[in-house]
Ligand binder design. Structure first.
Ligand code: AMP
Length: 136
């Protein structure tokens, strides 16, 4: 995998406001936060996203997300967090090194969820069947 800006942060080649580190993961503040305290959690190992990450690396990343989410919430006096992650450009991934966003939220009115649509139950049943058959 090619170097990304996050690999450079892992190697301390560029600065970051690091909040947590262990053998497998690193967490640092997002340089353009959606809200104060917006933190990114990454594996030190360079994996692109959910489509190539191995179970052990993902488990380590999620352990760190779980560990620091309450600290992110409490440090800014928030009441909840979004835990968000984008995978491939079509889904908004800009930095191609797996990462989870932890975004503190104070109030339900600060944001709107994406638009949802009704689905005919037959369409849903067909899609569910297709996904079941495609799981490797
Ligand atoms: P995305 O790939 O769309 O999930 O988001 C990448 C995130 O990385 C964005 O929220 C950026 O603001 C953030 N970002 C990019 N470069 C840096 C950096 N050098 N330090 C901290 N955050 C960064």
């Amino acid at each position: 995998m090619e170097d990304t800006i996050f690999t450079k942060i892992v190697r301390r080649e560029i600065p970051a406001d690091i909040v947590y580190e262990d053998a497998e993961t690193l967490a640092f503040l997002d340089v353009k936060p959606v809200a104060p305290g917006h933190t990114l959690v990454i594996p030190k190992k360079p994996v692109r996203n959910i489509f190539d990450v191995d179970d052990k690396t993902l488990a380590a990343v999620m352990r760190t997300v779980r560990k620091i989410a309450p600290a992110v919430r409490d440090a800014v006096g928030a009441h909840g967090v979004h835990i968000n992650s984008n995978h491939e450009a079509a889904a908004g991934q800009i930095v191609f090194h797996l990462h989870f966003h932890i975004i503190p939220r104070h109030d339900r009115n600060e944001f709107s969820f994406w638009e949802q649509k009704e689905t005919a139950s037959r369409d849903a049943a067909l899609l569910a069947e297709k996904i079941r058959q495609t799981i490797g």
